[in-house]
Write a protein that binds this ligand. Structure first.
Ligand code: ADP
Ligand code: MG
Length: 863
């Protein structure tokens, strides 16, 4: 019989057929085995040996196979998940003895007990404490196919959101979310594929069916009417239902307690497209890593849930003036009350990640430590409540969110033992004595048994024999007698010989065996009673799921508000005024990240109210890009509810921020720099409104001078006259500065430098008017370009300038000369440097050795 035909492999094949997309880890004894293609993939990813399972009939063929020991499985599963795989874990669901008792066949039954997917993890071992993992579902609206609904689930924290999206722009929405896995309807996968690894995209059309989706929602929220959750359209029901249905599949039918879905309506939030988010380095810096991002300098949170929420506030600033004001009020209260802030932060440090603990408990995966975390957090709440105002505003709201957990906390304090507690339920010993009579009885028996063993040891001590009672898992309890003792005395007749070792012999007796049985029963009774009591405590938690999730959210909010206050107080940030005007006035603003790194950061002001456009010139390295980013980062800060690094800021709430910065090559996507630049610019011109804030850095760099200038020129005109957004436009095209005189909203500014002894000094100060020059040669000098090259460059530059003067008697290069731009400027005739002229005029081949030396002396004289 070949391997594939054996009963166990038929069992394997049936389970694998039910989970074709997952790597199936098949429990056999102490190992999880993988077969076939799964084995090939896993052995490569885990770098473990690939073998073959075969019989004599198979010859060399058989089936590829690899395995990992069950007790080390967690680490291996983690690596497979990291690589984007899904893992289905199969266990033996009965013992060989049970299988035998069941009937003639001795094959133990096996079943999939858990499916690990990248978006549905709950174990701390697989989760980053500060980073959520989202499962999302996307569906096209059956009634308006260009639009869709995106539902998200953070299973580990029980959070659900819904948002309406334009399918064409789904990438921008996904860019702001930590998506680990997506469930999509057929036909929608193409929309998400560029943004999510292919392995993490599940096309599951059978879940996107109205009746199926309604049922899934009903089970998750214990409701028959999804409308009660605020779901209005079919697409809402389909997206949420498919999301929950899929999550349920991965959890073998269970789901943790979920918060009611939170609606993210597009106009409540500040819009930022994917490249703007990246360019602004909100949560990750372009160089990679989080420490040099805006989040990195802001994150002084005390809790993991707070860190996750802060990341969300940074990624999703608000666009609703009232909601923003409410956050500013709360931060303001805490900025000015240092003792209160210190108390809150100290208390918050004593709280735990209860959302994740509760999810694990309710999924049947939690242990004593998760309960202890709930207890510990619950015990901290009264002190937090006492430190919060009770009347109005966001702080009072978070205070209200901390209520309703007194009895649960008291119960856990009464029942659960003191720290440190075991990680696993089966280790036992986590319940207090005196809580449950049945457990106490079993425990007394166990202790009594220990005493009885000691007594027996004494009683059996006789003429030269002093037996020690010992235990091992194979033989159970035994009397241990050394060889030395056996030389002097003979064991009594009622001892039964069990085993001979090198050092002595082992005996048992009827009395010892009876005691062992009693002890075993007592131990088992204690363990199963403790397990039952743990289930009772989990039920308690289940009944308090709603206040627990509310408390978790309130704690995270409180953590973020105190953090924003802490950052503001430490750095002297001020409260911005955000209203419905079209203002953008920043006095002495600073770049929040650069200023934290550079000692003497020079503050700069920015006045763009009512659709002004600043054309910013200045040499490389002057600080143009820094200034551009700094002003929009202040908009992000203000609208996420933070104070800002400025002396004063007045902002008419922005609906969107757009940026086009630098030459971000997207070679992987097969687009040239210039193409990327134009695509992004097109998106800005098409989507920006008078409410938007736009920064354009060096637009046109990616193409030839005249093309680039022409495009930049047209864009400035369009932004200043039609779009009327508040705009900063940094450019190396000095020709553009002429637009100041023809377009009213446009004004010129430059980042000042000072010439000093032939060098330049960067002042980093933004001043009115256009820059005097571009100082490219000076910057090149700073960069260490060789002196002869610099001299030649300066000579060429002088030559270009004089040619330009001839063509335009008014001086300077006039854009009409470039006249869109009929003929290219002729290559200028430039006077040669005398050194170069002398060298060029020499016929090297005809020089004698003596003449060559003379020439060298002559040249040195010229230098
Ligand atoms: P540009 O875009 O004009 O080439 P950057 O904005 O890239 O210049 O700035 C170059 C460097 O100058 C930055 O890395 C930063 O260290 C420094 N810098 C920029 N702005 C300031 C400022 N306001 N105060 C102090 N240093 C600054
Ligand atoms: Mg720059």
């Amino acid at each position: 019989m070949a391997v594939a035909d054996s009963p166990v492999m038929r069992q394997y094949a049936a389970l694998k057929a039910a989970h074709p997309d997952a790597l199936l880890m098949f429990r056999m004894g102490d190992f999880y085995e993988l077969f076939g293609d799964d084995a090939l993939a896993a052995s490569a990813t885990l770098q473990i040996t690939l073998t073959r399972r075969r019989t004599a009939q198979d010859g060399d063929a058989g089936i590829p196979m690899c395995g990992v020991p069950y007790h080390a499985a967690e680490g291996y599963i983690g690596k497979l998940l990291q690589a984007g795989f899904t893992v289905a874990l199969t266990e033996q669901t009965e013992t060989p003895a049970q299988a035998k008792a069941r009937g003639g066949k001795t094959l133990v039954s096996r079943d999939v007990v858990r499916i690990y997917t990248p978006g549905t993890l709950t174990e701390d071992a697989y989760l980053d404490p500060t980073q959520p993992r989202l499962l999302v579902a996307l569906v096209a609206d059956p009634h308006a196919p260009a639009r869709g609904v995106l539902a998200t689930l953070d299973l580990a924290a029980g959070e659900v959101t819904l948002r309406g999206v334009a399918l064409a722009h789904i990438g921008h929405t996904l860019a702001g979310l930590p998506v680990s896995e997506a469930v999509v309807d057929a036909g929608v996968d193409a929309a998400v594929l560029p943004h999510i690894p292919r392995r993490a995209v599940r096309v599951q059309p059978q879940l996107f069916v109205m009746a199926t989706a309604r049922n899934a929602i009903g089970r998750a929220y214990q409701t028959v009417a999804p409308e009660g959750l605020g779901l209005r359209e079919d697409a809402d029901v389909l997206a949420l239902g498919a999301l929950l249905g899929y999550a349920e599949l991965t959890q073998m039918g269970k789901l943790p307690a979920l918060r009611a879905p939170l609606w993210h309506t597009a106009n409540r939030y500040l819009f930022m497209d994917a490249s703007t988010r990246k360019n602004l380095e909100l949560t990750d810096s372009l160089a990679g890593g989080r420490s040099d991002s805006l989040l990195g300098v802001m994150d002084h949170t005390a809790t993991a849930a707070g860190a996750r929420l802060l990341a969300r506030w940074v990624s999703e600033p608000l666009a609703d003036v009232e909601a923003i004001g409410a956050r500013h009020d709360a931060v303001g209260t805490l900025v000015h009350d240092t003792p209160r802030r210190a108390t809150l932060r100290a208390c918050l440090k004593d709280t735990g990640d209860i959302a994740r603990a509760v999810s694990r408990l309710l999924l049947g995966r939690g242990g004593p430590r998760d309960l202890a975390l709930v207890r510990q957090t619950g015990a901290t709440l009264p002190a937090l409540q006492a430190a919060l105002p009770a009347t109005a505003g966001l702080l009072a709201h978070t205070r209200a969110g901390l209520e309703g957990l007194e009895s649960l906390t008291a119960t856990l304090q009464r029942m659960l033992g003191d720290d440190p507690l075991p990680a696993l339920v089966r280790e036992g010993g986590f319940m207090r004595d005196g809580v449950d009579p049945e457990l106490d009885r079993a425990r007394t028996l166990m202790t009594r048994g220990q005493d009885l063993l000691a007594e027996l040891e004494t009683r059996e001590t006789r003429d030269g024999l002093s037996p020690k009672v010992r235990y091992n898992s194979v033989w159970g309890y035994y009397f241990d007698i050394s060889n030395a003792q056996l030389e002097r005395a003979t064991p009594p007749a009622h001892w039964v010989h069990r085993q001979t070792t090198t050092t002595g012999q082992r005996f048992s007796s009827a009395e010892l065996m009876a005691l062992e049985r009693d002890l075993g029963h007592a131990g088992q009774a204690a363990q199963s009673r403790e397990e039952q009591l743990l289930r009772d405590m989990v039920d308690h938690v289940r009944h308090h799921a709603t206040p627990l999730l509310a408390a978790s959210e309130a704690l995270a909010t409180l953590d973020v508000l105190t953090t924003l206050a802490e950052v503001a107080a430490r750095n002297g940030w001020v409260r911005p005024t955000v209203d419905t005007s079209f203002a953008l006035e920043i006095d002495d603003g600073k770049h929040p990240v650069v200023a934290a790194r550079v000692a003497d950061f020079v503050p700069n002001s920015c006045h763009l109210s009512d659709g002004k456009l600043w054309l910013l010139t200045g040499p490389n390295m002057a600080g143009k890009s820094t200034f551009l980013r700094q002003n929009v980062l202040l908009v992000v800060l203000a609208q996420m509810g933070s104070f800002v690094p400025a002396v004063r800021m007045h902002l008419g709430v922005a609906d969107a921020i757009f940026s086009r910065i630098g030459a971000a090559d997207n070679l992987a996507a097969g687009q040239s720099t210039f193409m990327v630049e134009m695509v992004e610019t097109a998106a800005i011109l098409n989507r920006a409104t008078a409410r938007s804030v736009v920064i354009l850095d060096e637009l046109g760099r990616g193409t030839s001078t005249y093309d680039g200038l022409a495009i930049a020129w047209a864009c400035v005109e369009d932004l200043a006259t039609r779009v009327r957004s508040r705009t900063l436009f940094a450019t190396h095209y000095h020709e553009l500065t002429q637009l100041e005189s023809t377009l009213d909203p446009v004004s010129c500014h430059h980042v000042a430098v000072k010439e000093w002894k032939g060098d330049i000094v960067f002042l980093h100060r933004v001043m009115p008017g256009a820059a005097a020059g571009s100082y490219g040669v000076h910057v090149a000098k700073l960069a260490g370009l060789p002196t002869p090259v610099l001299a030649r460059a300066q000579a060429l530059l002088d030559g270009f300038a004089s040619v330009a003067k001839q063509r335009s008697p008014k001086g300077g290069l006039n854009v009409t000369d470039l006249g869109l731009f009929a003929a290219p400027v002729a290559a200028p005739q430039v006077a040669l440097h005398p050194l170069e002229a002398r060298v060029r005029g020499t016929d090297v081949d005809s020089l004698s050795a003596r003449d060559a030396l003379a020439l060298l002396y002559e040249l040195r004289g010229m230098v």
